[in-house]
Write a protein that binds this ligand. Structure first.
Ligand code: ZN
Length: 180
């Protein structure tokens, strides 16, 4: 990951007073490009983070909203898929941090920051639909494109010279070549 990405999503909690702190992130194409395995390439997902700093822990509430782009499974048109979701992460500050889980992270009392880029990437990836299809009012546009594609594709096949496999002697010859 590039260093500017790393620093932009770093929470320097040692400097935070107890109470609520707010952060806004915009996960865009450049953000997802930092993750080579990302299935998301075009997106604009806004994240609002409300972080409650307590003495020995932090409660992080995330709200995601925006859109992820993909290709319609049926007509290959670019589709904008609206997404929204939320997530909560608990970060405990301990002398001897335990192993992180999906929902609870542990940081050492001697550390002063933690990194959210990977967490934001994974949370946004969960919002990715299983498949993209034209939705709502665009559904008819999808069907229209699909049927116009079919009508241009089908004649090419039906206009091909028809060969009767049963009687055409050339076909019999070909079969002999093939199987002898
Ligand atoms: Zn479509």
């Amino acid at each position: 990951m590039a260093s500017q990405i790393t620093s932009a999503y770093e929470i320097r909690f040692s400097a935070l007073k107890n109470g609520f702190h707010y952060y806004d992130y915009a996960l865009d194409n450049a953000f997802f490009a930092q993750f080579p395995e990302s299935l998301i390439t075009q997106a604009k997902v806004n994240v609002r983070l409300c972080l409650e700093r307590k003495t020995r822990e932090m409660v992080l509430d995330f709200v995601f909203s925006g859109a992820i782009h993909g290709t319609c499974d049926r007509c290959l048109t670019d589709v904008e898929h609206p997404v929204e979701g939320d997530a909560r992460l608990l970060v405990k500050i301990e002398d001897e941090p335990a192993e992180n889980t999906d929902q609870i992270w542990y940081v050492s009392t001697t550390s002063w920051s933690f990194q959210l880029a990977e967490y934001l990437y994974e949370s946004a990836s969960l919002l990715l639909p299983l498949r993209f299809v034209c939705r709502g009012g665009k559904q008819s546009a999808c069907d229209e494109r699909l049927s116009s594609w079919m009508s241009t594709a089908t004649p090419a096949v039906s206009h091909a010279p028809e060969v009767d496999e049963q009687t055409d002697p050339r076909w019999e010859k070909l079969k002999q070549i093939k199987y002898n």
